[in-house]
Write a protein that binds this ligand. Structure first.
Ligand code: PMV
Length: 324
């Protein structure tokens, strides 16, 4: 170890088969496996410096100092890294996102993936991809999937050791594009950590989880065979199932806005008319519309015309977390 400092970059990811609900909330062992694609061009860049002069961990995000629960979450994560590296120094964490702040794109996946690599490297650890993915998972479940490259599957597992993500195909395997329709710039009402706790209160969660293995199989196969029709069917089904669980949990979570629904209807109509595209929605109102590169311009143009869509961002398959 030379200077206790390292910088890393990670992409966020969009889940095709969703993670919603934990078997073990403390370790973030998910109720079911999930599949996603890293989003090229969008990233979190994070520098971690372990410094003997610091009295406590410090966190800056997009130029603003963070205190309270945000800092506490990062502090707990760093405790794990210090324990792994047998290190006692506090750290300064400086992080920034290149995607529009408040655009409603989940940043916790790219944030904890970048933090895993930057903090472990700064502490002198050389972790394998699986080890990094496990570590990232403890910060935010979906962050486990931002560690490996391209198209990724998070193997649910049953314990810390067996729950991590692997790449199922490199970024260049399939020219899929995520056209992200931004319909709201406001922060989501209920964050995913709380949402995962509520999942089990929905009578539909058991059915969703019971059937997840089949959907994972279909989605993985569709990606490997670049079969867009099968992919579109299983991706929309899985998103609808997750939102059915959200809407029927106690308290109920309803993330859709009128423009969310307008985009869903439009995408289904386009597909029937022969424009291959499908939607998927996370814990917020924005809609991720997936299509092949050849149709991305047309899909984005049409999305921008829908009332309530403020902006459309495009992202293809991204690479793994890496040091810079
Ligand atoms: O990693 P978390 O706790 O932010 O949960 C992510 C939850 C969803 O984005 C809704 C689904 C997913 O698999 O990414």
């Amino acid at each position: 170890m030379t200077d206790f400092s390292a910088r890393a970059i990670a992409n966020p990811n969009i889940a095709f088969i969703k993670y919603w609900g934990n078997r073990d909330p403390d370790l973030r062992i998910p109720a079911n496996g999930s599949i996603s694609m890293n989003l090229a061009g969008l990233h979190t860049r994070t520098q971690v410096t372990f410094d003997p002069h610091l009295q406590a961990d410090q966190l800056t995000i997009n130029g603003a100092e963070v205190q309270g629960p945000g800092l506490q979450r990062v502090h707990l994560f760093l405790e794990r890294v210090r324990q792994m590296a047998d290190l006692e120094l506090h750290a300064r964490v400086v992080s920034s996102n290149n995607f529009p702040t408040g655009a409603g794109i989940a940043s916790s996946a790219s944030a904890f993936a970048a933090l895993s690599l930057a903090s472990s490297a700064a502490a002198g650890l050389e972790l394998s991809t699986a080890e990094l993915s496990r570590l990232a998972r403890t910060g935010s479940g979906s962050a486990a999937r931002s560690v490996p490259a391209g198209f990724v599957e998070w193997l649910a597992g049953q314990d810390d050791e067996s729950s991590y993500a692997v790449s199922i195909a490199p970024p260049e395997h399939w020219d899929l594009v995520d056209c992200i329709a931004i319909v709201s710039q406001t922060h989501k009402q209920t964050g995913s950590t709380v949402g995962h706790h509520l999942a089990g209160t929905s009578p539909l969660q058991t059915a969703r989880v019971a059937d997840a293995t089949l959907r994972l199989e279909r989605c993985r196969q569709a990606i490997l065979e670049c079969d867009f029709a099968t992919f579109a069917e299983v991706v929309e089904l899985d998103s609808n199932l997750m939102h059915a669980v959200m809407m029927t949990s106690n308290p109920a979570l309803l993330y859709w806005q009128p423009a969310t629904l307008a985009v869903m209807h439009a995408v289904r109509a386009w597909r029937e008319q022969g424009l291959p595209a499908c939607y998927t929605i996370d814990a917020g109102p924005n809609v991720h519309v997936l299509c092949l590169e050849a149709h991305a311009q047309e899909v984005s143009r049409r999305l921008a015309e829908i009332y309530g869509v403020h902006e459309v961002l495009n992202a293809g398959p991204g690479g793994p977390v890496h040091l810079v």
